[in-house]
Ligand binder design. Structure first.
Ligand SMILES: Nc1ncnc2c1ncn2[C@@H]1O[C@H](COP(=O)(O)OP(=O)(O)OP(=O)(O)O)[C@@H](O)[C@H]1O
Length: 323
């Protein structure tokens, strides 16, 4: 059996009569990156708070194990195995980055010399040496997140929770953060990450779970999730209305956009499928002015699962397909 860093069955949480988590099952293999994906208010932070012992689950919840320890029976051991960074940052803005690190070292009962050594090493690793003597309040968003992660690593956790690690960061800082996360995993750490961004989950995660309506709406690798969505299609555009009509008649079952003179038909985008479409157009004696292939992405997955396309996108490139 795979060694699980985190497992939960039937995780439930309500606030008053509002059910936030309605039976969430999770299984995160050790040494992997797991992304919990969901829009604002889906309950991602609530999951992180419960798994990191900051908030209690409802009594009806099944067993939860983190780092090999029972969450309710042995919260102390869970806390010793994990690190948490995110929306509730531990960085104190009034003191310097270095002082923040040394404070963490104290909290972990490292000796003075060891604390200094570990702090210096982590400040170097996270490119914060120059800023180390400045108050953390003067740091950019990206620097604060790096300091936050560096502080978390003082205790050498085997499991790290990152709650929306790149929300609000500019593209360069976001890519830096992704690199940092990859390096953590190379070092053997298990990363549990929450994100609103499909692209981020796609970039980083071995497994992705989509949280919707208090439950996991789907789970799998990015590739597996993409496979469950019948979103792949070919779009053909014509300049000449007569050619458009002839193509529509020749191809049969298509979605027509009479205004744009465009036809859309389901396709896996393979060479064979494309050739079949082009052969039929050839036989009918018409030529498309534009042909685009759309393969399903995680955005389509979310749309298919939750029926809403209202998902934030990190790089707002417009898609070639209108929904
Ligand atoms: N202490 C609380 N008391 C009452 N309601 C709460 C509490 N904490 C969270 N909620 C509610 O639970 C729901 C889920 O919140 P949560 O912060 O877990 O969502 P999220 O997916 O992390 O969203 P975001 O991306 O905005 O952080 C929200 O509707 C929120 O208002």
């Amino acid at each position: 059996m795979t060694d699980l860093a985190i497992s939960a069955t039937g995780l439930r949480k309500s606030y008053g009569d509002k059910t936030v988590l309605d039976g969430v099952d999770l299984a995160v293999p050790a040494g992997s990156v797991f992304a919990l994906l969901g829009p604002n208010g889906a309950g991602k932070t609530t999951v992180v708070k419960i798994l990191s012992t900051l908030v209690s689950p409802d009594p009806a919840t099944g067993e939860i194990r983190v780092g090999g320890h029972d969450l309710t029976g042995d919260a102390q051991s869970v806390r010793a195995a994990i690190g948490v960074t995110g929306q509730f940052s531990a960085v104190d803005g009034l003191i310097t980055g270095e002082e923040n690190m040394l404070l963490m070292a104290d909290l972990h009962h490292l000796s003075r010399a060891e604390g200094r050594r570990v702090s210096a090493e982590l400040l170097e690793r996270f490119d914060l040496v120059e800023a180390a003597k400045k108050p953390a309040s003067t740091y950019s968003g990206g620097m604060k997140r790096r300091l936050d992660i560096a502080m978390t690593l003082v205790g050498s956790p085997r499991i790290i929770f990152l709650d929306e690690p790149t929300t609000g960061l500019d593209p360069r800082s976001r890519h830096n953060m992704w690199q940092i996360i990859r390096e953590l995993v190379t070092g053997g750490v298990t990363v549990f990450l929450t994100t609103q961004y499909l692209e981020e989950a796609d970039e980083l995660a071995d497994r992705i779970a989509v949280l919707h309506g208090g439950r996991i709406a789907a789970e799998g690798s990015a590739e597996e999730l993409k496979r469950i969505v019948p979103g792949g299609h070919v779009r053909l555009r014509f300049a000449d209305p007569a050619a458009y009509r002839a193509a529509a008649a020749a191809l049969g079952d298509t979605v027509r956009d009479d205004e744009a003179l465009a036809l859309q038909l389901p396709s896996d985008g393979s060479q064979r499928a494309l050739r079949a479409v082009l052969d039929r157009l050839d036989t009918a004696g018409v030529e498309a002015d534009e042909l685009t292939v759309h393969t399903p992405d995680l955005d389509d997955v979310f749309f298919a699962l939750t029926g809403t396309a209202d998902i934030p996108r990190q790089n707002d490139q417009s898609k070639e397909t209108a929904r």
